[in-house]
Write a protein that binds this ligand. Structure first.
Ligand code: CMP
Length: 494
């Protein structure tokens, strides 16, 4: 209720209350002279039943007084209702107080007021009436039977109100009945606005027996949307694209990061599930639709494809191309651009390219683990990785390596356990070079051993400055000299 509405209500209340109070005062003043005049008139015409006639007038005045007082109380209660429930209380809690509570409040006040007014006007009648209302078992049974359903609804409504499992504005789904937004809760039942803009009215006694799924209005409720992609598309890339797209959709909460995960490796492709949280749950249909639409556009841009329908006959004439198999030429290009391999002839680089293995790792995967033995080194073809060490039990990133960088050479050349862990940041493609294919190349290129040993020296020196758990290994290598250590390990002559 706005401020101007409240002002209007106040004005109406003051006017009506003023009129009613004025009527009561007027009645108070005019009653004695009218009664006197009326009695004189009656006795002068000497009507037989004077007492009855005077009692009639007296009753008339009492009933009018009762009506005026009751109207005053009702006007007052209505104003208090508006003030209390629609303004003050709504400000303190985010919920509207339901009609049920309001009605009960109104009924109780009016009943109490009625008995008090009745007592002031008809003391004797009140004494007769009160036990009827309070003590009559027969009336209780009659009312109970007649209002069986109504009372059932009322008590179920009261129980639910005490529990407060849902509020106006929440989205509810009732098994076998439907779903929608709660528009009103009364002492009889609940009014739900369905998503087809129809009204669904369910009585409280039915509600009490059903399983109800509630998406509270002030809660971040999650949605799930499913789709699938071809096996040829990289899962890491798909997940990244989807996450980016979903978080930009209107009504998707920025407070929670959308979750994109592979649900299943299905017959036709990779089955995906996206989970995101939405701010206004009553608009979940529109939000889901927008999410699906945005996915379609993102897939068009990123050349990601939805999986074929289940029963489409798709005859493969040749093996589906693996998204990550690079040609030897591409590997050759990559290795030629690695500065450390610059002294190699084209033929040697090609030989290295042919014998290296192409491997793809997902974000978060470990390529090498600190402390393990390893017989190969890796050149990053695409993506990025973190070099991590353990420091006082905690993991610390010490370097980030990109395309063209290499790692794993320390373990490979010295035969020592891996000095660090290498973990993938973005989806990364590496070329794995084993000691077997390097040996003949190192024999022919002593300068390569020199450059590697220099680089290993530098990296070791850096590790030494850190308080690593493998300082012992570092010490050992430093004393022997990396250059000699490499030659010894590969069995190379002077
Ligand atoms: P290796 O010891 O075989 O396995 C872990 C790898 O991390 C290591 O070889 C290096 O390639 C790499 N690494 C260790 N320390 C550093 C550093 N300071 N800078 C860059 N790379 C490093």
């Amino acid at each position: 209720m706005t401020k101007s509405d409240l002002r209007k209500q106040f004005f109406v209340f003051i006017s009506v209350a003023g009129v009613l109070i004025a009527s009561l005062i007027l009645l108070w003043f005019i009653e004695p002279p009218i009664t006197r005049y009326y009695s004189a008139l009656i006795t002068s015409v000497s009507w037989a039943q004077v007492d009855v006639a005077i009692a009639l007038l007296d009753n008339f005045f009492r009933i009018v007084t009762i009506i005026l007082w009751l109207s005053l109380v009702i006007t007052f209660v209505r104003f208090i209702n508006a003030l209390l429930f629609e303004t003050l209380l709504r400000k303190t809690s985010s919920y509207e107080i339901s009609a049920l509570v309001r009605n009960i409040f109104t009924i109780i006040i009016c009943l109490v007021a009625f008995f008090i007014i009745l007592q002031t006007q008809y003391e004797s009648a009140y004494e007769k009436l009160a036990p009827i209302f309070t003590g009559s078992a027969i009336i209780g049974v009659v009312i109970g039977l007649a209002l069986q359903d109504t009372l059932g609804n009322l008590f179920a409504g009261l129980a639910m109100q005490a529990d407060q499992p849902f509020q106006i504005g929440d989205v509810v789904a009732i098994e076998g009945k439907g779903s929608g937004v709660i528009e009103n809760i009364s002492w009889r039942g609940m009014k739900i606005r369905t998503f087809q803009n129809k009204l669904l009215i369910i009585s409280n006694s039915v509600l009490g027996k059903e399983a109800i799924e509630v998406a509270p209005r002030d809660n971040l409720n999650a949605r799930l949307v499913f789709f699938n992609t071809l096996y040829a598309n990289s899962p890491a890339k798909t997940a990244q694209v989807i996450r980016e797209v979903v978080r930009q959709v209107e009504n998707v909460s920025p407070k929670m990061r959308p979750i994109v995960r592979v649900r299943n490796l299905g017959d036709n492709g990779i089955d995906w599930e996206i989970k995101y949280w939405i701010e206004d749950y009553s608009k979940f249909n529109d939000t889901d639709a927008l999410v699906r639409q945005r996915i379609w556009y993102a897939f068009q841009r990123e050349k990601i494809e939805f999986a074929y329908p289940t029963r489409t006959l798709h005859i493969e004439t040749q093996m589906q191309e693996n998204a990550f198999v690079e040609t030897t030429n591409e590997i050759f290009e990559r290795l030629s651009n690695v500065p450390i391999f610059a002294p190699l002839s084209d033929e040697e680089t090609r030989q290295l390219a042919e014998s290296s293995l192409n491997r793809v790792f997902a974000p978060g995967e470990l390529i090498v683990r600190q402390g393990q033995q390893g017989k190969s080194m890796f050149v990053i073809h695409r993506g990025s990785v973190f070099v991590q060490i353990k420091e006082e039990g905690a993991t610390k990133n010490i370097r980030k390596l990109h395309e063209g960088d290499f790692f794993g050479e320390m373990g490979l050349f010295t035969g020592e356990p891996r000095s660090a862990t290498v973990v993938v940041e973005d989806e990364t493609e590496v070329l794995e070079i084993s000691n077997l294919c390097l040996k003949p190349i190192l024999e022919r290129n002593p300068e390569l051993v020199q450059s590697f040993s220099q680089l290993i020296d530098e990296r070791r020196a850096f590790l030494e400055t850190l308080n690593t758990e493998n300082n012992d290994d570092v010490e050992k290598i430093n004393k022997a000299g990396v250059f000699d250590s490499i030659k010894k390990f590969f069995g190379l002559g002077d």
